[in-house]
Write a protein of this length. Structure first.
Length: 700
């Protein structure tokens, strides 16, 4: 029976999208919010099954708990007659399945796996197992991935009851051995399925094929996957080891968490792509030859980093054993790395962090402080540290010529003005389901000035350079939607456009223009002047090489560069992913990093970005004139939303390092950090699950 033209709840069905094994999907119109949604309708015969209603409600409530930027959000659900349905965000784009059939670039694979792992880890933390991880359940907006169809997901504690119906959930090509045998499941079944998806992206086909579903399932249970290198001969061995461990037959032999798999893959890909005897410079202006010293500590850091990448990846038990020569070579590499690392950290004033930090802040002379401490979160020091400590930062430099980083001479402390530890911060918070922007004046002693202002229904704030106005994104669930402008104290909001899916607004340096991402159009970047846009004719699509730019986490630097996270669609393929910069006038793109970092701010020639590593978010600093990233935070807390001070001497960020959310600052001259003030819970809290789509802004 066709549902087109009918109404379910407040949703009018307008178009059939497709059908899967468990449901049909329709496009519908929600008049109350003037938007299109997707509705997943389950077959009516399910209503005849005893206990179905309870199972459906349980499933719907479980899915409704999920709030992650890489999970398709569930807006609503309902039961109407014999029909049950979910209401979801409508994404008019394609799925990862559309890209399958040929090997993908390894950097792109790592980028996609990182997004999937974050989504799965979020669900697993809530006791939810997906059970049907496959490419057709992964929607793509540009190169941003949304995991969908948690229709088979069940709360782990209830799985024994729900699976008693006798079904083996999942898709044969992606099902885990324990799932195929009908055994009790935990989150590691999803890690296996993610490994199958990763295998398919890397070699262009799934590891197990057969003429019937049972033949395929039997292979999952009893056969080892073909070594990926036999299908892709140029595949680095460290990447193959990661893939095979993810596909271990026994759950305990796989990675413990999806994020562990993503981290191991990222490390392996970066290690394999890193030159063995040199560090390439970025394709951006950097130091002149006469400024580069003959010997650089950066070059000495590379062997230790490469050895770390090799050691971090352990093969599965059923993988091919290392030869005696290979084991011997690995031991030698590790010993040399430890010795080299110890020597590296014993050289006063020549640690990688000091030289990189000096290069990153070379707009004006900044003293490099070397203090006798062994705390790994500070700069490298003259005091020996544990050989197991990992040096930071990891070089991620994509071009072609060796570029040691110069160590600038230390200036006297009196040559610098005191860092600016005052001004106004715009902080994104969440109160229940509502996003807000919290504005507060502060100084070094804490909050000062008028009472803090809270802007409701708002997120992603960014101050204009003169500090007199901010642009915020109004969510599409309230009265204010799209992008609107307020004064610096949150008064008199005026709309600039009414696009409910307009994200990442960013000011031009002169405040005359702004850019934003339209998620309804596949995360395409648009440009408009700072006046109200009355129609689509008032927006201009940003293009590179005549290809629409798709991006996330847009930042417009004060030297007129658009900085964003995305992949190089303008090259005819999307293999080169990372953080990019493009001059706003010429739109010539340059890749700054090849990792999954998210830009947060750019000013005074510096860029801050945050990166999830092993489940923890850390903050990095990068000079836009060249050099390598500097890791500003390194601990087990969640650190993010970095904003650069107007004077460029320090960075503000939010962290739960002290046990509760607070605003912290770290000076760029010596990486000394201090807590400014705690965030009052009555004004809202920080939501780590959604902060990859947030930013904080700082003005005088």
């Amino acid at each position: 029976m066709s549902l087109i033209g009918q109404t379910l709840g407040q949703y009018q069905i307008v178009e059939f999208i497709g059908a899967g094994g468990m449901a049909s999907v329709y496009k519908a119109y929600q008049s109350s919010l003037d938007r299109h949604v997707a509705i997943k309708v389950l077959p009516a015969q399910h209503a005849l099954t005893p206990g179905y209603k309870d199972r459906f409600i349980q499933e719907a409530r479980a899915v409704a708990q999920l709030s992650h930027p890489n999970i398709l959000p569930i807006y609503d659900f309902g039961l109407e007659g014999d029909l049950s349905y979910f209401v979801m965000k409508y994404v008019p784009d394609h799925t990862l399945a559309d890209l399958m059939g040929q090997p993908l670039d390894l950097i792109r694979v790592s980028h996609i796996v990182g997004q999937l792992a974050g989504a799965l880890d979020h669900a697993h933390a809530k006791g939810i197992v997906h059970r049907d991880v496959k490419p057709s359940n992964m929607l793509l907006e540009g190169d941003w991935l949304l995991l969908t169809d948690f229709g088979l997901a069940k709360i782990t504690e209830a799985s024994t009851v729900i699976t008693s119906t006798g079904h083996i959930f999942g898709t044969p090509a992606y099902v885990s051995p324990e799932q195929a045998e009908g055994l009790p499941l935990d989150h590691r079944t999803d890690i296996y399925s993610l490994g199958i998806v990763m295998y398919e992206m890397v070699v262009g086909r799934v590891p197990f094929e057969g003429s019937t579903a049972m033949r395929i399932i039997n292979k999952h249970i009893h056969e080892l996957p073909p070594p990926p290198s036999t299908l892709r001969p140029d595949l680095p061995a460290v990447v193959e080891q990661v893939m095979l461990r993810a596909l271990a037959k026994q759950p305990e032999d796989r990675y413990a968490r999806a994020l562990d798999l993503a981290a191991a893959l990222r490390e392996a890909v970066e290690s394999a792509s890193r030159p063995k005897h040199r560090i390439d410079k970025p394709a951006m202006p950097a130091l002149r030859p006469e400024e580069i010293p003959a010997q650089s500590p950066v070059a000495r850091a590379v062997p230790l980093l490469e050895a770390k990448a090799v050691a971090a990846v352990s093969p599965p038990k059923q993988g091919r054993p290392l030869s005696y020569f290979g084991l011997s070579l690995l031991v030698v590499i590790l010993l040399l790395s430890l010795i080299g690392g110890a020597l590296f950290f014993f050289v006063p004033g020549e640690g990688a962090d000091e030289s990189a930090l000096a290069a990153a802040t070379s707009g004006s002379p900044i003293p490099v402080a070397v203090s006798p401490t062994s705390t790994p979160t500070h700069l490298a020091t003259a005091t020996p540290v544990s050989p197991t400590a990992s040096p930071t930062p990891t070089p991620i430099l994509p071009a072609a010529t060796p570029l040691p980083t110069a160590t600038l001479p230390a200036a006297a402390p009196t040559s610098l003005p005191a860092p600016l530890i005052n001004g106004t911060l715009a902080i994104p918070v969440k109160v229940g389901p509502e996003f807000k922007v919290f504005l507060t004046g502060f100084d070094g002693a804490g909050i000062n000035g008028p009472a803090p202002v809270s802007l409701g229904n708002a997120r992603q704030p960014t101050f204009r350079r003169d500090g007199q106005a901010i642009v915020v994104n109004g969510t599409d669930t309230g009265a204010l939607r799209g992008i609107y402008i307020t004064d610096s104290r949150g008064g008199g909001p005026q709309p600039l456009n009414d696009l409910g899916e307009a994200f990442w607004p960013a000011w031009s340096p002169d405040g005359a223009e702004l850019v934003f991402v339209d998620r309804d159009k596949g995360r395409t970047v648009f440009r408009q002047n700072s006046q109200l846009a009355k129609s689509e004719a008032d927006y201009t699509q940003v293009q590179i090489n005549n290809v629409n730019l798709t991006a996330n986490n847009l930042v417009w630097s004060d030297d007129n560069r658009l900085i964003f996270q995305g992949c190089a669609d303008w090259l005819g393929q999307s293999g080169e992913c990372g953080i990019w910069a493009a001059d706003a006038a010429t739109l010539e793109p340059v890749r700054l990093t090849s990792n999954g970092g998210l830009p947060t701010d750019a000013r005074n020639g510096l860029l801050t970005y945050m990166l999830a590593e092993d489940g923890d978010w850390e903050i990095y600093l990068l000079s836009l004139s060249g050099g390598e990233p500097v890791k500003l935070t390194d601990n087990t807390s969640q650190d993010g939303l970095a904003a650069i001070a107007p004077d460029g001497q320090s960075v503000a960020y939010v962290s739960d390092e002290s046990g509760s959310w607070a605003v912290w600052t770290i000076t760029l001259s010596d990486k000394q950090k201090q807590k400014w003030f705690d965030l009052d819970p009555q004004h809202g809290t920080i939501d780590v699950n959604s902060w990859s789509e947030e930013r904080m802004s700082w003005t005088r």
